[in-house]
Write a protein that binds this ligand. Structure first.
Ligand SMILES: [Zn+2]
Length: 306
C-alpha cells in the first residue's frame, strides 16, 4: 500500500492554526466513523473538514478513541453535545476519566498550567451510557466496517489500536511515535505519567502479528514503510531511555539533561534537522515532555511505589 484507500480521509485539525500537528481520521463506511477527534479548540476545523466531504457532526455514528489524552480525545464531550447519538469506543481504563475528567484535567493542568484553555479548550464529561468500553481482543463491527482491537500499553496504560480488517490499515494513535509529514525521522512520544517501555515492546510485537499495511499516526499522517518505521520506534524509544538513565546515574541536573536530550534529538534527525524540521517535531511531541515521561519511567524502576 502506498496511499490510504479513498474511504479513509486524513483530517488536519489545524491545532493552534498550524497544519500537520494533530490528525483525525474519517472512515467513510455505511456509518461514518472518526478516529480521535482531537481537542475541542479544533472543532471548527474538524467541522469545516467534514463539510468538504458533505458531512456534518450529526452524521458521525461512532468515534474510536485510541486514548484519552487531550490532543486526541478532548473534543469528545463537545461532540456529544452536537450529536447525542454518537457511540464512543474507549479503553476501559480510560472510560472513568471521561465520565469524570477532574483527575485527568488536574494532571494536565500540572503540565500546561494557564495555557490549558488556549491549547485544548473544554473537556466535557461523557455520559457512561454513550460509551462502549474495550479491553483489547474484541472484533468490532460498525456498519460495514470491522476492526480488531489491540490493547496497546506503552505510551499510555489506556491505549488501544484499531486494525481495519478489510485492508489491515491500523489506527495507532501515539504507539508508533511521531513522524511529521514529509520526514522519515521517528521521534519518541513519551509523555508522563505511564510510559512503560517493556509493555510498549510487547505492544509493537502484537501489532506486527496483524501485518499492518499502513499505520495512521496522530502526529502526523499515514506511514507505509511499516517494518522500518516500527523498528525505529523501538530503537529510538530505548535510545532516549538509555541516554536519560545514564544522566540520572551520573547525577546530571534536570535542566542539563533536557538540554542534552534536545541536542541528541537534533543530531538524530540528521539532515532533516532544518529549522522547519526541528519546529515540526517539537509541536508533535516536545522534548521536555518526553524527557519527563522517561524520567518518571526510570524513577519507578529505581524506587518502585510501595
Ligand atoms: Zn498525541
Amino acid at each position: 500500500m502506498h496511499q490510504l484507500p479513498a474511504d479513509i480521509v486524513t483530517i488536519d485539525t489545524l491545532h493552534l492554526g498550524r497544519s500537520g500537528t494533530i490528525a483525525c481520521y474519517l472512515i467513510r463506511g455505511s456509518v461514518p466513523i472518526l478516529v480521535d477527534p482531537g481537542p475541542a479548540v479544533c472543532l471548527p476545523a474538524l467541522t469545516a473538514a467534514l463539510a468538504t466531504v458533505g458531512l456534518t457532526l450529526a452524521d458521525i455514528g461512532a468515534v474510536l478513541l485510541t486514548h484519552i489524552h487531550l490532543d486526541h480525545a478532548g473534543a469528545i464531550g463537545s461532540l456529544l453535545l452536537a450529536n447525542p447519538q454518537l457511540v464512543v469506543y474507549v479503553h476501559q481504563r480510560g472510560a472513568p476519566h471521561l465520565i469524570d475528567p477532574s483527575k485527568l484535567l488536574r494532571s494536565a493542568t500540572r503540565i500546561y498550567g494557564d495555557a490549558m484553555a488556549t491549547l485544548w479548550g473544554d473537556f466535557l464529561a461523557v455520559p457512561a451510557a454513550q460509551m462502549i468500553q474495550l479491553a483489547g481482543g474484541e472484533l468490532l463491527t460498525i456498519g460495514d466496517q470491522q476492526f480488531a482491537v489491540i490493547d496497546a500499553p506503552g505510551h499510555a496504560i489506556h491505549h488501544l489500536m484499531y486494525v481495519r480488517q478489510s485492508d489491515r490499515v491500523v489506527f495507532v494513535g501515539d504507539t508508533a511515535g511521531i513522524r511529521m509529514p514529509g520526514y522519515t525521522y521517528v521521534r519518541p512520544a513519551t509523555p508522563p505519567p505511564d510510559i512503560d517501555l517493556e509493555a510498549w515492546d510487547a505492544t509493537l510485537a502484537t501489532l506486527r502479528t496483524h501485518q499492518p499495511a499502513a499505520l495512521c499516526l496522530t502526529h502526523f499522517g499515514a506511514v507505509f514503510d511499516v517494518e522500518n518505521h516500527l523498528a525505529a520506534v523501538q530503537r529510538n524509544n530505548w535510545a532516549w531511555a538509555h541516554l536519560i538513565r545514564g544522566w540520572i546515574d551520573a547525577g546530571v541536573a534536570d535542566a542539563d539533561q533536557i538540554a542534552l536530550l534536545r541536542a541528541a534529538a537534533t543530531a538524530e534527525m540528521g539532515e532533516e534537522a532544518t529549522p522547519d524540521g526541528i519546529a515540526a517535531y517539537q509541536k508533535g511531541a516536545s522534548v521536555e515532555m518526553s524527557w519527563q515521561g522517561l524520567t518518571r519511567y526510570w524513577q519507578r524502576k529505581i524506587a518502585p511505589p510501595a
